[in-house]
Design a protein around this ligand. Structure first.
Ligand SMILES: Nc1ncnc2c1ncn2[C@@H]1O[C@H](COP(=O)(O)OP(=O)(O)OP(=O)(O)O)[C@@H](O)[C@H]1O
Ligand SMILES: [Mg+2]
Length: 229
């Protein structure tokens, strides 16, 4: 089966520093993979390279081809900062926009948008702007937004930041019901245990270790060495 994502020899340099060095890994269809690493280890940079928003040296292939526009349309991404993605006068409009752009009528788009907001427990906020929501609620809305076009590959950057315990559980349950391939960067180890089967540990821009999530996250010596605990 063609991997959803193939990364090899990927390096990325910001002006002042090298954020990724020789990254290589693959994700098979239907897999859910966690990305862990200390602050500044390169998680967000890697997700941006995977989504084609940053271009590094090396190879990134999505659905068996270069990350061209066509394959990027099959990706749903949630940025670390939800303000970057929710800016319309109402949440329902935020979620309807990509659907209208994808060819649905405004009425169909509104209905689908409201369905997704309900599914994420945000139905009663549908007619409010994202700025009227708490940060945790905005984070959840950003995940709902990433899902509206039914992407095949969901990329989430710190989806649980600011969420309370119940909201984390709700998000885990929701994600586990979504039969899409996932790559999730998070500092929330229990959340990754609940939502991913494999984990990649980044350390100073390099893959330090990779394996079943339980093996990586239960290895306290490895986590300590990598600045995670
Ligand atoms: N826009 C930028 N310009 C310059 N350097 C950057 C930029 N964004 C990130 N970096 C640097 O690249 C490195 C990796 O940053 P990145 O944001 O990918 O880490 P991260 O693992 O996502 O961290 P966090 O856990 O804090 O979200 C850091 O050392 C950071 O200082
Ligand atoms: Mg980050």
């Amino acid at each position: 089966m063609t991997p959803v994502l193939e990364v090899s020899g990927l390096s990325f340099r910001y002006e002042s520093e090298t954020a990724l060095k020789g990254i290589a890994f693959q994700i098979a269809p239907g897999e859910s993979v966690g990305l862990v690493g200390a602050n500044g280890s390169g998680k967000s940079t890697l997700l941006w390279c995977v989504a084609g928003l940053l271009r590094g040296a090396g190879v990134v292939r999505l659905f068996g081809g270069p990350p061209a526009k066509a394959s990027r349309a099959r990706i749903g991404m949630v940025f670390q900062n939800p303000e970057d993605q929710l800016f319309m006068p109402t949440l329902a409009q935020d979620l309807a926009l990509p659907l209208v752009n994808g060819g649905l009528s405004p009425k169909e788009a509104q209905e689908a948008a409201r369905d997704w907001l309900d599914r994420f427990g945000l139905g009663r906020y549908s007619d409010l702007p994202a700025t009227h929501l708490s940060l945790g609620q905005r984070k959840r809305a950003a995940v709902a937004l990433a899902m509206v076009r039914r992407p095949e590959f969901l990329i989430l950057d710190e989806p649980t930041a600011e969420l309370d315990g119940r909201a984390v559980r709700q998000l885990s349950n929701t994600l586990n019901q979504l039969a899409v391939t996932k790559l999730i960067a998070s500092h929330h180890l229990d959340f990754l245990r609940a939502t991913t089967s494999r984990a990649i540990l980044l350390c100073d821009g390099e893959i330090r270790s990779e394996g079943p999530t339980a093996d990586i996250l239960n290895n306290s010596a490895l986590l300590e060495e990598s600045g995670l605990v």
